[in-house]
Design a protein around this ligand. Structure first.
Ligand SMILES: Nc1ncnc2c1ncn2[C@@H]1O[C@H](COP(=O)(O)OP(=O)(O)OP(=O)(O)O)[C@@H](O)[C@H]1O
Ligand SMILES: [Mg+2]
Length: 468
């Protein structure tokens, strides 16, 4: 698969694009401003020339004024050798033209229609001229109005603008390359926190899962990413821990019974024995093996439930009906032990029947095992604001408060003195129950005191099953 362009390349290209657009825009604005400035400058110059002409033509000059006027006209031409003056009548008669060069008489006449002086430019004999056109009304008997035009050669402006454009033509590409280099440097510097995250992420290994990415020392835009990656590492660490616990718990739990079985078998094999003796040892081995196989299947079930690997189907379940069914199952045992079972309340939830039954049956079997003869085991169901609360309680010796949270740990077995019978449990029942309840988005907690032990399960009324 083709790799998308690197972030540094993208940012550099963007930088180049933006800076060249800005430079071109700026050059264009400057070009227009300089052009405008030249027009204003020329207009100022031409204005004074037109005024002299206007004075000359508006009324017949007095005799004594003539030398002064002559002098100012001479002055005009001396100060500006490129100066041209034209005077024509509105019907196209050229009365005065200071030069042989052609001038756009028609355009000038059209411009002179307006009252205010107008600026015009034209090309003649490979030169460009800019002129100011003004219509005047002289106090002469036979002429209504005259069109006066003063023009100057603006080749020097054009040469300046040419040089200016050529400079920009060279400068803009150089500046663009330079800003590209700057952009590349800025992008590399700006992206350095990403490299920090990469280095830290590279340091995370199976044996160093506790390493976390820096959330405080990266820019704000990356805090979210670092946080999410850290959350992912938390989840991975937790899953990894569970997996390691699973193997170590399993090995630990199987080591004693397997070594007992081995010793027992070796002792029996050390000399020949009677058939009855062999039978007795085999029967005891079968019992031990039965327990071992229960531990293994419980552990596998727990691993599946905790990792959400099972994809159970869900259905509407009436909790009171499930409890009634379970009571039927435990009835004989309860009667035998002289324990009374009672239930109250009703509620429906959405869940997996087998999983919930297994969870509730674990709680009931624990309760029965820890109730003193003649005691009560009660199941109470309550529906409170969208949450269904199911309590399984039994009378019996209280569990010390510090032990309560540990009851749900794998292979945790409390003080056997609290148990009514001496058949030791595996210690997985509550761990399995908790995993099953969590798989239904619920919670479970234990309370104990005043001779009563309670396990309180809370389930959402319509518990959504987690996606497998
Ligand atoms: N109702 C209860 N009253 C008093 N103690 C309890 C009660 N339920 C559980 N416990 C204590 O919690 C411990 C863990 O219970 P859990 O169900 O996980 O294991 P277990 O019953 O010993 O074995 P398993 O259920 O796997 O056969 C028990 O050993 C017991 O000490
Ligand atoms: Mg149990």
């Amino acid at each position: 698969m083709k790799h998308p362009a690197s972030l540094t390349t993208r940012l550099t290209l963007l930088f180049v694009l933006v800076s060249s657009a800005v430079l071109i825009g700026l050059a264009w604005v400057l070009h227009a401003a300089v052009e405008r400035h030249f027009v204003e400058m020329d207009r100022g110059i031409l204005q004074s020339k037109v005024e002299v002409l206007e004075r000359l033509l508006s009324r017949p000059p007095a005799q004594e004024e003539l030398p002064a006027l002559q002098q100012s006209v001479d002055e005009m031409f001396r100060s500006d050798p490129g100066l041209q003056l034209f005077v024509e009548t509105t019907d196209g008669n050229v009365l005065l033209s200071s030069t042989e060069t052609a001038f756009p008489a028609d355009r000038i006449r059209a411009l002179a229609e307006g009252k205010t002086p107008s600026v015009i430019s034209w090309q003649a004999d490979e030169s460009r001229y800019r002129g100011l056109v003004k219509r005047i009304e002289p106090e002469l008997a036979d002429i209504d109005s005259l069109i006066v035009t003063a023009a100057i050669n603006i080749d020097h402006h054009d040469r300046f603008m040419d040089r200016y454009s050529r400079t920009l033509f060279v400068f803009i590409p150089i500046a663009t390359v330079f800003s590209g280099l700057l952009g590349w440097w800025a992008a590399r510097r700006g992206l350095s926190p990403l490299r920090l995250i990469q280095e830290r992420a590279a340091a995370v290994t199976a044996s160093q899962l506790s390493q976390r990415l820096p959330e405080d020392s990266v820019p704000r835009e990356l805090t979210g990413l670092a946080h999410e990656l850290n959350c992912m590492l938390d989840r991975l660490e937790e899953a990894f821990r569970r997996l390691s616990n699973f193997s170590s718990d399993l090995a630990h739990e199987m080591r004693t019974p397997v070594s007992n079985l081995l010793t027992q078998t070796q002792v029996v094999l050390s000399r020949s024995r009677s058939a009855a003796e062999y039978q007795e040892v085999l029967a005891s081995s079968a019992e031990e093996l039965d327990r071992l196989s229960r531990v293994i299947s419980d552990m596998l079930f727990l691993a599946k439930a905790e990792n959400g690997m099972s994809t159970p189907s869900t259905q509407e379940l009436r909790l009171d009906e499930e409890i009634a069914d379970l009571f039927e199952f435990y009835d004989a045992l309860a009667e035998e032990e002289g324990v009374t079972l009672c239930a109250s309340g009703r509620a429906a939830i959405r869940g997996n029947r087998l999983m919930l039954r297994r969870a509730l049956s674990n709680l009931l079997s624990n309760a029965l095992r820890h109730t003193l003869p003649g005691g009560h085991v009660g199941v109470f169901i309550r529906d409170r604001n969208g949450t269904v609360e199911l309590t399984v309680e039994n009378e019996g010796a209280a569990i010390p408060a510090e032990e309560l949270p540990r009851l749900f740990d794998r292979f945790y077995r409390g003080d056997p003195a609290r148990s009514r019978d001496d058949t030791a449990g595996v210690g997985l029942g509550l761990a399995i129950t908790q995993a099953l309840i969590r798989a239904h988005s619920g919670t479970i907690r234990a309370e104990s005191g005043d001779g009563v032990t309670r396990f309180v399960v809370e389930l959402p009324r319509s518990a959504p099953m987690p996606a497998a």
